[in-house]
Each structure stands twice: as C-alpha cells, then as structure tokens.
Design a protein around this ligand. Structure first.
Ligand code: SF4
Ligand code: SF4
Length: 353
C-alpha cells in the first residue's frame, strides 16, 4: 500500500431518511471515538503531509459529537495537514453546525434532489431548503449540492438543476443512479433533459459569468482523460461503523453483510484490532484492489473495455456497477449507452464555449 492521502469515517449506519435508491447498509452500528483514535494513530506513519478526511454515514449529523471530537483530536495531535469534508442529507443541519464547519474549513456535500426530493422524504423539503438558505448566508463558498436522478425522476432533471442555479447556489452536480436499468425511453428523456440543461447553463454563463454546474466543466472533463483505476486500498482507506476497515467505504455497502461472499475476504482488511496486527494480510488485501481498472472491466455482454474507443474517457466505479451486476469488474450495458448520451452533450457544450 502506498502512502494514504484520503480517509473516510463512516460514523453511523443510522439514517433519518430511507431514499428508494440508497444502497447504504442500514443498521444500528455507530463508531466510537476510541476506535477512530486507534485507527488514526495506527495510520499516522503512512499518512501523506496533506490528508482528506471525509465524514460519512448513514446520516453523519446523527453522530455529530464524533465529528467535533475527531476534529479536536486531530487539531491537537496532527502531524499531517487535514482537510475535512462532510456528506449529509442536510435535514438536521443547523446554524451552529454550519459555523463549526466554516471555522474548520469543511467542504460540505449536500445531498438534495431538488424537484425530485419528495420521492426521498416529502417531509424533508422545507428542512433542507432552510439549511440551504443558512448555508448561502453563512458559508456560501463551503458547500456543493449533489442531486441524484433515477429513470423514475430523470424527467425532472433540467427543471430541478436550473431552479437551483436560479437560486444562486455556486456549486451543483447531478448524479445518475446507475444501479438500476435505464431503458431506451429513459435514455431519450435523459438526452432531452441534458440538452435543455446545457442550453440553460450556456445562457446562465452569458448573463452571470458563472458555470455552477460541475458536470459541464470542460476543464475537469479534459483532466480526466486516461485509463481510470479505482484507488480504493491504495491511497485511501475507510473505517466503517462495525469497526471493519475497507479500501473504500462503498465496498461495505456491496459486501458488508455478505461475509460468505469470497469477495468479502478478498477486499476486507478485517476488524480494526486485526487490521492493526496483520501486516502480511493487509498487504495481500491491498494488492487485491490493484485489478480494479477500467481496462480490465467488461460489459455484461462480454465486450472488453480495453477494446472500447471510449476507454480513456470512461471512469466507472466498480462498486456502483457491481450493485447492478452483482460482480466486480462487470459493467451493466446501460452505462455505456449513458456514456454515449453524455459524450454528445459534452461535444455540444465544447462547441458553444
Ligand atoms: S463505454 Fe462501456 S465498454 Fe466502453 S469503456 Fe466505458 S464501460 Fe467499458
Ligand atoms: S472508484 Fe468507487 S470504489 Fe473505487 S475509490 Fe472511487 S468511489 Fe471508491
């Protein structure tokens, strides 16, 4: 394993929402501050000078004291410089939290689906909108909004994202739920929605000189060219609420309750005490992650990604794909078709820039 530059603490399995597309394992496990300290102390010699530490859940605000205690601990004991991030559904976010996050320069990712939010939890809309107003007032540069769309909600994508742009949010992105099938009609709707969104984004830039939509950032797209590799278990690790250690927190959602699956043994570093004691096993598990590269993947129809003309533009998270195909390294066919829709939109955006 190389030096570590990214850590995730999944504080709790508990969540106050039950979103239809959420793949996170739900349960009652919550980390303890002592386990977090042991994990951070053990890794200290392997940490880079700058480390990204992400707090995640479940809903991490349900374990807010753990965030305060971890930050206080690292402020006193750190040898590396820590950059903090927090991913939250925002429904419990109050001004006091925002001031703490600002004081500690957190990057906040608000998971908010805009016009599609009612499908997650219709009672949450007013609470999240209130939190977004507080963020705009108190910490406008510190947050981004991520909206997830599924085949059932994709027809709301353009209107939803444009509404958020009109409200003046500075950093927005949409994510598509790739773990469920996208049929031909869904893809037509997606193409139409992205077309409308690209047009609005271009008008917005002409009028305001800003491009808040991160998906349409052509620089980021150009930077991402190259054969993609998953960096789980290489420069990053995650501590999960049941005290297991994984190369990336997403593996827990796929395998955490499937200890009988051979992939559990292959990708899990074990419970924290074992992880700390097991030098050789850790090296073996870390090596297993090295095969997770786009050119080693293939589609459900057995087309090899290494032979695909899109290879250098494609970066599919193997866990997200496996949530659909049940097999790491196999990509569902609709992902390639979504890739083609995206390419057309990006070509259109590039021409209009
Ligand atoms: S478009 Fe499909 S086949 Fe091509 S690299 Fe991406 S996932 Fe693989
Ligand atoms: S590609 Fe997926 S599994 Fe790999 S590090 Fe990124 S989010 Fe984690």
């Amino acid at each position: 394993m190389q030096n570590i530059s990214s850590l995730t603490l999944v504080l709790t399995e508990r969540c106050n929402f039950s979103c239809p597309y959420c793949q996170q394992l739900k349960g009652k496990n919550t980390l303890k501050i002592d386990a977090i300290k042991v994990f951070l102390n053990f890794l200290q010699p392997q940490l880079e000078k700058e480390v990204w530490l992400g707090f995640y859940g479940g809903e991490p605000l349900l374990a807010w004291p753990l965030i305060e205690k971890t930050v206080a601990y690292l402020r006193k004991n750190r040898k590396s410089k820590f950059h903090f991030s927090l991913t939250t559904n925002g429904s419990l976010l109050k001004e006091g939290h925002i001031l703490f996050l600002k004081e500690n320069s957190f990057k906040l990712l608000m998971s908010y689906d805009g016009l599609a939010q009612f499908r997650r939890d219709k009672n949450s809309v007013s609470a999240v909108e209130k939190a977004l107003k507080s963020l705009q007032k108190l910490y406008p540069q510190g947050y981004a909004i991520n909206s997830v769309f599924t085949p059932a909600t994709v027809s709301l994508l353009a209107d939803s994202m444009t509404a958020l742009m009109k409200q003046g949010h500075q950093r927005l992105q949409y994510t598509l739920d790739l773990s469920v099938p996208w049929l031909a009609n869904d893809l037509l709707t997606l193409a139409n929605e992205l077309d409308r969104l690209a047009e609005f984004g271009s008008d917005h830039f002409q009028k305001n000189g800003r491009r808040p939509l991160l998906n349409f950032n052509s620089d980021a797209e150009a930077d991402s060219k190259g054969v993609f590799a998953c960096f789980a278990g290489r420069d990053r690790l995650a501590l999960l609420p049941d005290n297991t250690v994984w190369g990336c927190y997403l593996f827990y959602d796929l395998l955490g309750h499937a200890a009988e699956n051979p992939d559990y043994e292959k990708y899990c570093f074990g419970k924290l005490p074992g992880f700390i004691g097991a030098g050789k096993k850790n090296r073996t598990v870390a090596a297993n992650y090295h095969d997770l590269r786009q050119d080693y993947f293939f589609t459900a129809k057995k087309n090899l990604c290494s032979l695909c003309p899109e290879l250098e533009y494609c970066s599919i998270c193997p866990v997200v794909a496996a949530l659909a195909t049940s097999c790491l390294g196999i990509i569902p066919d609709w992902v390639c078709r979504i890739r083609q829709v995206n390419d057309k939109i990006h070509a259109l955006i590039a021409r209009s820039n």
